[in-house]
Design a protein around this ligand. Structure first.
Ligand code: PMP
Length: 406
């Protein structure tokens, strides 16, 4: 049974008012709210368990270590990784992508190619540009059509023996477009021995993830977009690849032995987890996975798809609205502008006065905005706790903004 009121009751923040109106939180692609079960785990960690992990002989250190490693196994199951040590704790997608781009440095040389797409978040663009600067490799970018769909014939043409990395997101945070990652991975495997990186920041909160079935080499996502605290995230990498590649940060935790003559590195996952981790956050990420499992992936997806369907239908009744991205290929996000209203943030400000939180601007995807020749969009993005009444409030707010601004 999917009981939306019961779900909402687990998020205390949803009871608050903003500008004297009940909060309507539709900025979930920027970050989701956190259920009380996750907040309680954070609180319990610092009130009952706080200690540094892995090195301690004392009880608290051992308990904290056990909890963090239990969380790692929950996340392993959540993405269906073969081994728990293939799950690396990071502080988010951005760190995961930078880590991958850094450790691949020695694998690329001048004129090798890295394929990304027009739909990428800046964090899946800039680390590759920096890798190109270090190595002389070149970036190839799969273009999109006017519906925001990747033009796969270009991808087919780009693939060659020069391709060393293919890195794309599974879902675009700006438009909500679902990319054909299975096709991208299959074609890459067939034609190259490139590494395949999937940015799952916008898909992990909404989809059932199976990294083995997907057969990607790396999969990265952020905890804060899937009901977990800020500053948490995951890098999944295939065992043999992570074992073969060099470390990223050097420091404590990641060594086996350290002397001035030379250092040997720890095994997985610790080789990639230098320094003191965000223990409480990492444990709470496991609690967020528990929350999602309790609700159930089918319920999450069905509800979010129903919200999108409803929002799309209601918004399209507004004259002069333009929604970006092919509806049939979208999930969880509606990104739009109003004809005659030059600045998306003006709409966002009016909505805020009504207690409605949406994001306006370029959503860290300036190439998409350049493609559509716009400065930004208004983006409403959904989570499992959103309601049809909140969509009604959004639509009413957008109508009001249109009246005030045009
Ligand atoms: N990629 C995508 C698709 C995203 O949605 C985001 C976050 N909006 C990121 C990367 C970056 O994630 P973070 O800021 O949590 O590191």
């Amino acid at each position: 049974m999917f009981d939306i009121q019961e779900i909402r009751s687990q998020f205390s923040i949803l009871d608050r008012e903003v500008n004297g109106k009940p909060l309507v939180y539709l900025d979930n692609a920027a970050t989701s709210q956190k259920p009380n079960s996750v907040l309680e785990v954070c609180h319990a960690y610092y009130t009952e368990l706080n200690a540094n992990v892995h090195r301690g002989i004392h009880t608290l250190s051992q308990l904290a270590t056990e909890e963090m490693e239990l969380s790692r196994r929950k996340i392993q199951k959540f993405i269906n990784a073969e081994h728990d040590f293939e799950v690396i704790f990071t502080k988010g997608t951005t760190e995961g992508l930078n880590l991958i781009a850094y450790i691949l440095t020695q694998k690329l040389q001048k004129d090798d190619e890295i394929i990304i797409s027009y739909l990428e978040h800046h964090s899946n663009i800039v680390p590759w540009q920096m890798l190109c600067e270090r190595t002389g490799a070149k970036l190839r970018v799969i273009p999109i059509d006017e519906n925001g769909i990747l033009q796969m014939d270009y991808f087919d043409q780009f693939l060659s023996e020069k391709t060393k990395v293919v890195s794309v997101n599974q879902v675009s945070n700006a438009l909500g477009i679902v990319n054909p990652v299975e096709e991208i991975i299959a074609k890459t495997r067939k034609n190259t021995d490139a590494y395949v990186v999937i940015d799952g920041a916008q898909s992990a909160p909404h989809f059932n993830i199976d990294v083995q079935k997907m057969d990607c080499d790396f999969f990265v996502f952020s905890g804060h977009k899937m009901y977990a605290p800020m500053g948490t995230g995951i890098l999944y990498g295939k065992r043999e690849i992570l074992e073969a590649l060099p470390p990223f940060h050097g420091g404590g935790e990641m060594i086996a032995t350290c002397s001035f003559e030379g250092t040997t590195y720890a095994g997985l996952p610790f080789k990639y987890e230098a320094g003191t981790p965000n223990v409480g956050g990492n444990i709470a990420l496991g609690a967020a996975v528990d929350f999602m499992n309790r609700v159930g992936h089918t319920h999450i997806q069905n509800h979010e798809n129903a919200l999108l369907e409803y929002a799309q239908r209601q918004l399209l009744e507004i004259e002069g609205i333009k929604i970006y991205g092919e509806k049939a290929r979208r999930t969880g996000v509606v990104s739009f502008n109003l004809e005659g209203v030059g600045i998306a943030s003006d709409v966002g400000m009016i909505l805020d006065k009504m207690g409605i939180a949406v994001r306006t601007g370029h959503h860290c995807t300036q190439p998409i905005m350049n493609f559509f020749n716009i400065a930004g969009t208004v983006r409403a993005s959904f989570a499992v706790y959103n309601t049809f009444e909140e969509i009604d409030a959004l639509v009413e707010g957008v109508r009001k903004a249109q009246r005030m601004l045009s």
